[in-house]
Ligand binder design. Structure first.
Ligand code: GLV
Length: 308
């Protein structure tokens, strides 16, 4: 029984050592040392090009090594092969840290103080309480809910927008396309944690920005293609939006010369908000393999029709 790991090389050793210790019955292979591809039954991958998938005639499950599955062409995966995304505490904690950091930096004007410091300016800005700010999270999956839960501890006002309604204590819930506008109208900081699907592609556009209150800020930790770059630049340059914190761009890496690099109110990080951690992800993935072997339902299975 073989598993092939075809993802981030730096973390491959962590995965291999976990499987060697806890599942010696499984033959764990690391790309490009894949051996006979006909023996591969489980694939852990970030990219899974269609032509590569056709070389795995005995594939039983495709596991994404990341939280998203949008980088896999779902139409190239035979219908009988379950697709599983990565839901693990390491990714969740990383995302909670990053979004908390970005929200607090915006709330406490750190980006303005970075500019003031560079200019040698001593200018204390007002310090409103967290309860005076509303943070809105688009996408209430495991990441969005964990982020909201942690932000609650700071005392922010919270709202969440989701495709289908989802209850959460202390969070004002909005659901579906009809409630997007009322959701946005109250967000001082908008956090995008949506999956990337045809329905959410380009969702962060001029219409959305125009409904946000003046001075609102955007944090995009979803995917680059959620955002219409030109619409963000226009909203920042007109003064309607104050700041954007972008961990994802389209394309990645962000090309040199792209206006985001030099923009004083756009903060870019190179898709590092959160990463799968082998120590916490490998046990969850192994448990899923065992479930599959016992004929039980897999956790984190995605619905190809929905795309997440
Ligand atoms: C990273 O973006 C992931 O999907 O895990």
């Amino acid at each position: 029984m073989s598993i092939l790991y075809r993802s981030d090389a730096a973390r491959a050793a962590g995965w291999a050592s976990y499987f060697a210790r806890h599942a010696p019955d499984l033959d764990f292979r690391i790309w490009p040392h894949a051996g006979d591809l006909k023996e591969v039954e489980y694939l852990i991958a970030w990219q899974a090009p269609p032509e590569f998938l056709t070389e795995l005639p005995n594939l039983k499950v495709l596991f994404s090594s990341g939280a998203g599955i949008d980088h896999v062409d779902l139409s190239a995966v035979p219908a009988h092969i379950p697709l599983v995304r990565m839901v693990e505490p390491g990714i969740i904690n990383g995302m909670v840290e990053y979004v908390s950091l970005a929200v607090l930096a915006l709330h406490r004007d750190f980006f303005d103080y970075v500019a003031q410091k560079a200019a040698g300016v001593w200018n204390p800005l007002e310090v409103p309480p967290a309860s005076a700010r509303t943070i809105g999270v688009m996408g209430m999956g495991s990441l969005g809910c964990a982020v909201l839960e942690r932000l609650a501890a700071f005392g922010f006002r919270l709202r969440g927008w989701n495709r289908s309604p989802r209850a959460m204590d202390g969070v004002e819930i909005f659901a579906g396309a009809d409630q997007l506008q009322p959701f946005l109208e109250g967000c001082d900081v908008l956090v995008c944690l949506l999956p990337l699907t045809p329905a959410t592609h380009g969702i962060l556009d001029r219409e959305v920005f125009s409904v946000l209150p003046k001075g609102a800020a955007l944090i995009n930790v979803g995917r680059g293609p959620h955002l219409v770059d030109a619409d963000l630049l226009a909203a920042l340059d007109s003064g309607h939006l104050s700041h954007a914190v972008l961990d994802v761009t389209d394309p990645e890496p962000l090309p040199s010369g792209h206006p985001f690099w030099a923009h004083p109110r756009v903060f870019v990080t190179p898709h590092v908000a959160s990463m799968t951690q082998p120590e916490t992800a490998a046990p969850i993935l192994l448990e899923n393999i065992r479930r599959h072997q016992r004929g039980e339902a897999l956790q984190g299975r995605i619905d190809p029709a929905r795309g997440y």
